[in-house]
Unconditional design. Structure first.
Lengths: 533, 333
């Protein structure tokens, strides 16, 4: 890795003093403070209820599921790092056949709620399933496969964005010096992807800690099971375990922050050439086909089978092909609006934190960044209840905000802000300091530099981050159920309700509509603007 | 991009402007999902002119929500799919007493002794079994038989699910804590297979992954409605065995209700003949009021064990139940 560093372009910043914007660290501190809501709620309640923190933490009933949580989170993170990076490289840099199709399909599994993905995999494979000769997936391996298949886009999207922003010059120089294709990719390109891969992998790890749907259906016992099963009848234990998870996530995010990320060799320039894979094309297509097959085609196959099979209870729920689909219109619109607004707000809100962290390296910014990142590891129910807790205690003039659309968006942003933050930090780190310096010397002010220099260079990364929030919001459940304006149902809440009571034809049709919607939104807001640049 | 922003602004305006309506509005938090109650709510609005705003969600989560909301709760009525979740609110003094005229619409065992909640419809605990793997002649007579060696590794249950917890709580009330813990431990020792919820068990039984499962009767009838050829059937434990316990969906009036008279009328409507018929004919459940019989495929209510499971009065309540389940080793395997 180290061999790649001696590039003349990353000379130390010039001696000319930078005019430092003081408001930036202050603003990021405010954002970080808002993201502290969930942890503060857990702390407050745990103390108020007389939590025996150390006793709960050191009990075998906590440590066993906690070890399982760490195991599933770290193994899926490692698998997603390899899978997401490979797929992104193949799509961006190789001559693999069908790239346009893969580009559109590969981000989509992220939209499938994990409990639906797990149910579909259980129904699809194994004896008695739709594909009976395939081994049954269950326990650790079942959870591992489902979580890997649904979360590799956390790595894939940021790395794909990063690959589009790496200049051709270094690679060409390397090739001209006689370095082989693969050594160039590993020695020159991979180091430039490092922070994007690290950011995505961290997100998968945190998501793995927070998941309840996939692990519970696959019968793999983790800390979230303990949090959920005690949530009503042993509030103290449930909140204490939530606090354990929050502190663990804060620790992991802080350690991640402490590892220095070297600046990148970002530049504006031609996109590098694609590499011909030769016979390797077969392997590449095989990898993409297997991934899309398991993560998208298998669930879609199950959904279609449920819809075709239909239901004999006409009048109660959706009963199959030919039934009116009008009932999905309002959830469709609600899902689309909520997801797009949440993605845009999240991208904007965390941008100051990302800037302050990467450019200023202040302690305050580091703190804010750590808090924003860690919130992603909390189960959605904890985040939702925390917002309820603070909202009902808010001063009277703000009372009307409770169960309003803006508060719902706040919940999404708090829960998923980590996704845009990680992507933004990577994107900002990729903007070469010398461009900013040049613009300053030409007399451009801070705002103008941001709009004309930074923003265009960061755009692919920002869009990737917003895309992650978009897809996560589309499948979000607990906050939508508890905090949405009354009557505001989304495709995800409809899928959940139908699955709760065994209306599988309805789960199927609604999931298919959700996947189509996510495809349309990802295309219009993330992929197309990116390609048009 | 500008067009997108304009569209978003318009959508937002539409969302915020959509909160007008008629004067009479009842706010219901419903742990019962839309498919299983919305047609009734539409009827109610059509006949009374009262709009019903509903927040659907998991019963336990909605109970937690009302608890967190405190005196700011918008909820007038809470409908819980399980006695456990509504008992949680009753225990915290968050429900108002319902007057006797409404309570008396159901037999005494289906309402809380202090009148804090009333049952609407019921689901019965059953042993669901795979018809290809199990000979119907050899089905057990009691849930206590499932600890025998012949059932080793062959029974699925959902120890973290509300309805299993309700069942264990009722067993504690009737058989005592010691017997209950012994049964739970014997099930764990007999390698009972744990699943996430009722639906997951019925599916696993249907595909032959596990031959038996302890669930509510509703879920297999629902599975058969979606797949008439599914190889699963319900076995009702006979002779009033605790394994055939009836678990009620219950409704209560939240202490912060704006208009408890309106809330009371609404609950009365849910106990009326047409509403009870809906539960019998459309949702495969046991009606609890108005003398409406269950659908013909179900054994009559009189053949079932109908316990007075006022969980909120039981020593230690549901917290003790989850402690016993955890102590037995059924969770966290």
């Amino acid at each position: 890795m180290r061999a790649a560093s001696p590039a003349p372009e990353v000379a130390p910043p010039p001696a000319a003093p930078r005019r430092k914007a003081r408001w930036l660290p202050a603003l990021s501190l405010v954002v970080g403070g808002v993201f502290l809501f969930p942890v503060a709620y857990l702390l407050w309640e745990a103390i108020f209820l007389g939590s025996e923190f150390w006793a709960t933490l050191s009990s075998g009933d906590t440590l066993r599921p906690l070890a399982n949580s760490l195991l599933i989170a770290s193994t899926t993170a490692a698998a997603c790092a390899v899978l997401g990076t490979s797929l992104a490289w193949l799509v961006a840099r190789s001559t693999m056949p069908g790239r346009a199709m893969w580009r559109l399909l590969l981000p989509l599994p992220l939209v499938i709620p994990s409990f639906v993905g797990a149910t579909a995999i259980l129904v699809a494979f194994g004896p008695g399933g739709l594909v009976p000769f395939f081994p049954r997936l269950d326990g650790f391996w079942g959870a591992f496969v489902v979580l890997t298949m649904l979360s590799y886009p956390y790595v894939y999207l940021p790395v794909l964005a990063r690959l589009r922003a790496t200049p051709a010059s270094l690679e060409e120089a390397s090739r001209l010096l006689g370095v082989g294709t693969w050594r160039t990719q590993i020695g020159i390109v991979l180091p430039q992807l490092r922070s994007a891969i690290a950011a995505g992998t961290l997100l998968v790890f945190l998501y793995g800690l927070s998941d309840f749907g996939a692990v519970s259906l696959m019968r793999f016992d983790t800390i979230t099971r303990a949090i959920f099963s005690s949530r009503l009848f042993d509030r103290t234990a449930s909140l204490t375990l939530g606090l354990v998870l929050a502190l663990l996530a804060l620790g992991v995010a802080a350690v991640d922050r402490a590892v220095p990320r070297r600046p990148h060799h970002g530049a504006i320039g031609r996109t590098p050439a694609r590499y011909s894979l030769g016979t390797g094309s077969i392997l590449a297509v095989g990898l993409a086909t297997t991934t899309v097959g398991l993560a998208l085609v298998a669930p879609i196959g199950v959904f279609v089978a449920w819809v075709v099979r239909g239901s004999s209870t006409v009048g109660v729920g959706y009963s199959g092909l030919g039934d009116d689909l009008g009932f999905l219109l309002s959830p469709l619109v609600n899902s689309a609006v909520a997801a797009v607004v949440a993605a845009a707000v999240a991208a904007i809100v965390v941008l100051p934190v990302a800037f302050a962290t990467v450019r200023r390296r202040r302690v305050a910014a580091g703190f804010a960044s750590t808090v924003v990142t860690s919130t992603f590891a909390l189960p959605g129910l904890v985040v939702a209840l925390a917002i309820v807790f603070w909202a009902v205690r808010a001063p009277a003039p703000m009372a009307f905000l409770y169960q309003s659309f803006p508060l719902l968006i706040l919940a999404y942003v708090l829960h998923f802000g980590a996704q845009t933050l990680q992507a933004s930090e990577t994107a900002i780190g990729a903007v070469p300091a010398r461009y900013d310096e040049a613009a300053r010397m030409l007399g451009a002010g801070g705002g103008k530099r941001f709009l004309t220099v930074d923003l265009p260079l960061m755009a692919p990364g920002l869009l990737a981050g917003a895309g992650l929030v978009l897809l996560s919001t589309l499948k979000e459940l607990p906050a939508t159920l508890l905090l949405a304006p009354i009557g505001f149902d989304t495709l995800a809440t409809r899928i959940w309700a139908a699955a709760e009571d065994g209306f599988f034809a309805e789960v199927g049709i609604t999931s298919l509509v959700l996947i189509l919607l996510s495809g349309a939104l990802t295309w219009s807001f993330v992929l197309r603007p990116e390609l048009e640049r | 991009m500008r067009n997108t922003l304009i569209a978003l602004a318009l959508a937002l305006a539409a969302l915020t402007g959509a909160c007008s309506g008629s004067d009479d509005v009842l706010t219901v938090y419903s742990g019962r999902s839309e498919n299983l109650i919305q047609p009734l709510l539409d009827d109610y609005t059509a006949t009374t002119g009262v709009d019903v705003d509903v927040r659907f969600g998991d019963s336990a989560d909605l109970a937690l929500l009302i608890a967190e909301e405190g005196d700011r709760s918008p909820a007038d009525v809470f409908i819980s799919q399980s006695p456990g979740a509504i008992g949680f609110l009753a225990e915290r003094g968050r429900l108002q007493a319902i007057d006797d005229a409404v309570l008396d619409l159901v037999p005494a065992e289906f309402h809380n002794a202090d009148g804090l909640w009333v049952g609407l419809s019921g689901r019965v605990r059953v042993l669901v079994y795979n018809t290809d793997l199990v000979d119907a002649a050899e089905l057990p007579d009691s849930v206590f038989d499932l600890t025998a060696a012949e059932f080793r590794s062959r029974v699925g249950l959902a120890p973290t699910n509300g309805s299993f917890q309700d069942f264990v709580t009722a067993m504690r009330e009737i058989n005592g804590d010691d017997t209950t813990l012994a049964w739970l431990e014997a099930m764990a020792a007999n390698d009972a297979q744990t699943y996430a919820n009722n639906t997951a068990i019925v599916q696993a039984v249907g595909r032959g992954e596990v031959p038996y499962g302890l669930v509510n009767h509703y879920y297999n009838l629902r599975a058969l409605a979606e797949d008439a050829g599914a190889a699963s059937a319900n076995h009702f434990f006979p002779d009033g065995d605790i394994g055939a316990l009836l678990i009620a969906t219950a409704a209560g009036i939240v202490d912060t209700a704006d208009d408890s008279g309106l809330a009371r009328e609404f609950i009365e409507f849910l106990l009326s003949k047409p509403a009870q018929r809906f539960f019998a004919d459309e949702t495969f459940e046991y009606p609890l009021a108005a003398g409406v019989p269950p659908s013909g495929d179900l054994p009559p209510l009189s053949s079932l064990d109908v316990a007075t499971y006022d969980f909120d009065r039981l020593g230690g309540g549901l917290e003790r139940t989850t402690e016993l389940i955890d102590a037995s080793g059924l969770t966290g395997s």
